[in-house]
Design a protein around this ligand. Structure first.
Ligand SMILES: [Zn+2]
Length: 266
């Protein structure tokens, strides 16, 4: 919020500004590397968060309340009320273990990682309880080579396409059980113990399958100091190997996780 005089001054400056004329194109090769845009495309792996976004049963839905709106005297601002594990979000190790790394303390270097996408969508289309198994990881390695060092391993179950239909995303059956794919706890343990991985990720609300009662994938991954990313979007738009991912984790002190902007450079 600004004082009346300051706001009026800013609006006068904006009104006076000429539209920008594009500068003449410079051949990309002539520019120093820091002035060149990243090669290839940037894919947003983040869902838009709104009050209808499917959430864990019992958690509060996302809320956004207007605080002020653009006018002569004010700027546009909202107040957010949300559960940390809302929308596309990070789980810090502290989500499952007291005293473990909180979201503000995740090493920045671990938030930029080679992206590995393991596709189990065909299986999930006919069996919502299917799990990403160690065999799927070994099959990925047979096709693409060893998992790269300090990578993020994402499960593409096709569930990211269901977000617009929250009932289909949570897929709760008549007995109240969520029927959604996830990591087999043994596969999560294999990644944590046998490979050099910074995080596991899913396009479902949980890295554990919906029927999991012991949350073995969470415990195996987060319990070993990895973080997780849940409810990723657009995994069909990125290759199985060769992209780089940036996880824009929030930094509220002591947090167990939180909504993140996740971008892939392809
Ligand atoms: Zn979570």
């Amino acid at each position: 919020m600004c004082g009346d005089g300051v706001t009026a001054h800013v609006y006068r400056q904006i009104a006076r500004r000429e539209p920008r004329t594009p500068s003449p194109a410079v051949p990309a090769d002539d520019r120093p590397s820091w002035q060149r845009p990243p090669a290839g495309r940037v894919i947003d792996l983040t869902h838009v968060l709104n009050p209808l976004f499917p959430h864990w049963p019992g958690d509060r839905p996302f809320e956004m309340r207007p605080v002020s709106r653009c006018s002569e005297d004010d700027f546009h601002a909202n107040e957010l009320m949300l559960h940390e594990h809302s929308g596309t979000h990070v789980d810090a190790p502290a989500h499952v273990r007291a005293g473990a790394l909180t979201v503000d303390a995740i090493a920045p270097a671990d938030l930029v990682a080679p992206l590995v996408v393991i596709d189990i969508a065909d299986r999930a289309a006919v069996d919502p309880d299917t799990m990403l198994a160690t065999a799927d990881i070994l099959a990925w390695e047979a096709a693409h080579g060893p998992l790269p060092a300090r990578c993020l391993v994402a499960m593409n179950s096709g569930w990211h396409r269901r977000v617009a239909a929250p009932g289909k995303f949570l897929n709760i059956d008549a007995d109240g059980y969520m029927r959604t794919p996830g990591f087999d706890p043994a596969a999560a343990a294999f990644l944590a113990e046998q490979r050099d991985v910074v995080a596991i990720a899913s396009d479902t609300l949980s890295v554990d399958a919906g029927l999991a009662t012991d949350f073995g994938a969470h415990l195996a991954a987060l319990g070993s100091g990895l973080y997780a990313v849940e409810a990723l979007a657009h995994l069909d738009a990125v290759p199985a190997a060769g992209a780089l991912v940036i996880v824009g984790a929030p930094r509220h002190q002591g947090g167990s996780g939180g909504p993140a902007r996740v971008l892939a450079f392809v």
